[in-house]
Write a protein that binds this ligand. Structure first.
Ligand code: ASN
Ligand code: ZN
Ligand code: CA
Length: 332
């Protein structure tokens, strides 16, 4: 009975999924010893402490609805597993810290809490249940976004203010999209939107759009000198837009049923290189080239250097990195 088990979860956002579980005191637990010992805890509405490790009699978890308290845990446990596998299998990184140990997850934080967050202090991710029309904040892209803050803070260390803060936020959105595409879940097949499942505005629109960030009414599409004073969740728009253009190119395109239309600053078209090449460039730039004070001009240099290392200085990938930054008004 001891050891690693395979449970089944009815998630809120990813359908029926398998979960790696553990066991203790004759019950199954949300412990994943295949992925750094990741644990999922129930805060039960509290806002402090670790909470209670989820446990269960039959290794069947949740019912797909928010009324079963295990459902949010299924999504959070799955999101951490998918993100772990992504970094390990795509980038060869053994956990966000690179040391083989996983952060843990806490769900049911507070009452009517419409957010999720990463904390360096606890080395953990925390999820609210939402309020009103907003659903629990445990979608795969939100989980990947939060866990990626752990990667950023343990690599480049991009300071969470000014332009470096925008790059920190964008890094979380970029890898959230990459994790979602790679998971290939039919219920959530991958998009360049952040939080499209959680209905945070109550009108069905996503939290952020990478093809044209200004669609949210606040994020920036292009660099300008005033960017530095924007909230990091809006100055991130420039790098999100860069990443979309680099991956998919400018103009109109439909992917997995979602329509995009990505503009450029100078009106010149950009040719995409595919998300798999683009995410390798961003990962290498983040983990080997960027520092805590990297700004947008430095990010251009960092990604060009990463593209030169990976594909060659005269490669089409290198040229597209240059063109995509120009298209968001960072260099030319
Ligand atoms: N969900 C937000 C984020 O990850 C929380 C925050 O702003 N600290 O950026
Ligand atoms: Zn964030
Ligand atoms: Ca998404």
């Amino acid at each position: 009975y001891q050891g690693v088990h395979t449970g089944t979860g009815e998630s809120m956002y990813s359908g029926r999924i398998s979960l790696t579980t553990g066991s203790a005191d004759g019950r199954y637990t949300l412990r994943d010893d295949e992925r750094g010992g990741h644990l999922t805890y129930d805060l039960g509405g509290r806002t402090t402490g670790t909470g209670t490790l989820f446990s269960d009699d039959d290794d069947l978890w949740g019912d797909g609805s928010p009324y079963d308290s295990q459902t949010a845990a299924v999504d959070a446990h799955h999101g951490a597993a998918q993100t772990w596998d992504y970094y390990k299998q795509v980038h060869g990184r053994d956990g966000v810290r690179g040391d083989g140990t996983a952060p843990y997850s806490r769900v049911h934080y507070g009452a009517n809490y419409v957010n999720a967050f990463w904390s360096d202090e606890c080395f953990c991710m925390t999820y609210g249940d939402g309020a009103g029309d907003t659903r629990p904040l445990t979608s795969l892209d939100v989980a990947a976004h939060e866990m990626t803050h752990g990667l950023t803070n343990n690599s480049a260390g991009l300071l969470y203010r000014g332009e470096s803060g925008g790059l920190n936020e964008a890094t979380s959105d970029i890898f959230a999209a990459a994790v979602e595409f790679r998971a290939k879940n039919p219920e959530d097949p991958g998009d360049y939107l952040l939080g499209e499942k959680i209905d945070i505005f109550g009108d069905g629109s996503p939290l952020r759009h990478m093809d044209r960030p200004s669609k949210d009414g606040r994020s920036r599409d292009y660099w300008s000198p005033s960017l530095v004073s924007q909230d990091v969740h809006f100055s991130s728009g420039v790098a999100n837009h860069f990443f979309y253009l680099l991956s998919e190119g400018s103009g109109a395109k439909t992917i997995n049923g979602v329509a995009y239309d990505s503009p450029t600053y100078d009106g010149k078209p950009v040719t995409g290189i595919g998300i798999e090449a683009a995410e390798r460039i961003w990962f290498k730039a983040l983990t080997e080239k960027m520092t805590s004070t990297t700004d947008y001009a430095d990010a251009r240099a960092a990604t060009l250097s990463a593209a030169a290392d990976l594909f060659g200085a005269g490669s089409e990938q290198y040229e597209s990195v240059a063109h995509a930054w120009g298209a968001v008004n960072v260099g030319s």
